[in-house]
Design a binder for this molecule. Structure first.
Ligand code: FDA
Length: 310
């Protein structure tokens, strides 16, 4: 198990919850500088500009409005408006291929499943009407059952919807068998601080489970978004899908804005479908902490900037 996975990652995610740390990151130039590497900007227009830019390399986009854990229906309604505007913007330029991705707690899941569903459904309906996929992110383990319940409601009525499944969670091995038939799945390793008994703790186990889940999803005919920057997992998927007839019609690679842009371009240049997740908005702090925790070198980048610019 690498030091970064076993020790630094949980330490960074735990530390990030302190208010003074949040203040240090969000109120300094160094914090905003490191955030700008992973976040397209604060507005939809900035996300669109990045999308046009990467489309020149044959790379498509997935947009999400940053934010999570809203505490009132009013806040969730504002988020819904932002997503409806997003779908309209995506459709305004027929040259762009954009998928929309939402976080259930950003749409009121902490209030109740019913509240979240009533906020989400018009987004799904608009997605279906305009031909836009709406994907549902998977957040920390406490939300998995409720997120899958929402996915089932969604997929029943709006088939252009899908969900993320995390290979670090032990339960995912069962969850994949209970997904709606043919529903689109984004396969990820998982980005949250979780109780030790619920997750695989070594990179080797998380990767092995990723491979197993991919095989299960493939054999059960799900469209799969392989969302990782891990070269060995990417290579395995590439070899497997290359050998299938028409496999690339239901598998695509997905990566995060600001992470391994060289690999994104290289795969796209070779003709593989590549989509980049482009987050934008003002609520970037929790998202940034997950990116820092994945790769502690990002934290050193922040700290050295802080020393120079404070
Ligand atoms: P891993 O962490 O092993 O990294 C492999 C290599 O990628 C590293 O060696 C490094 O080169 C590079 N790398 C990875 N992260 C980096 C970073 N932050 N900065 C610089 N380099 C980095 N998670 C979740 O829990 N729910 C979700 O819904 C989603 N959704 C999602 C969508 C998309 C499109 C992607 C790509 C990822 C997610 N994730 C997610 C995040 C995911 O769970 C995971 O935390 C990250 O993708 C990092 O893990 P990798 O699979 O890249 O492997």
């Amino acid at each position: 198990m690498g030091l970064s996975t076993s020790v630094l990652r949980p330490a960074i995610l735990g530390f990030a919850h302190h208010r003074w740390v949040e203040g240090l990151v969000t109120r300094t130039r160094a914090g905003r500088a490191v955030a700008s590497r992973f976040v397209a900007g604060e507005t939809l227009a900035e996300a669109m500009a990045v999308t046009r830019d990467i489309s020149g390399d044959g790379i498509t986009a997935m947009w999400s409005v940053l934010g999570e854990n809203v505490e009132s229906a009013e806040e969730a309604l504002h988020v819904r408006e932002a997503y409806l505007a997003e779908i309209a913007a995506a459709r305004s330029d027929p040259a762009l291929d954009v998928v929309v991705s939402v976080k259930p707690t950003h749409l009121g899941l902490d209030l109740s499943v019913d509240a979240c569903w009533s906020i989400l459904e018009p987004i799904l309906a608009e997605g279906e009407r305009t031909g836009s996929w709406v994907m549902i992110d998977m957040e920390s383990h406490a939300y998995v059952d409720r997120t899958l319940e929402i996915l089932r409601l969604a997929h029943d009525r709006w088939p252009r919807s899908g969900v993320a499944i995390q290979s670090y969670l032990r339960r995912s091995a069962d969850d994949v068998f209970a997904l709606p038939e043919g529903c689109r799945v984004r396969l990820v390793k998982g980005a949250y601080l979780e109780p030790k008994d619920l997750v695989f703790r070594s990179k080797r186990e998380v990767d092995e489970n990723f491979r197993r889940l991919f095989s299960t999803l493939l054999s059960r005919d799900h469209p799969i978004d392989v969302a990782t920057h891990d070269p060995s997992l990417i290579e395995g998927v590439r070899a497997r899908v290359d050998a299938m007839e028409d496999g690339w019609s239901r598998v695509e690679f997905q990566m995060l804005y600001g992470v391994r842009p060289d690999l994104q371009r290289s795969l796209a240049t070779q003709g593989y479908p590549v989509r980049v997740s482009i987050p934008y908005g003002t609520e970037w702090y929790p998202y940034l902490t997950r990116r820092l925790a994945e790769r502690p070198a990002n934290l050193w980048f922040f700290l050295s900037n802080l020393m120079r610019t404070r």
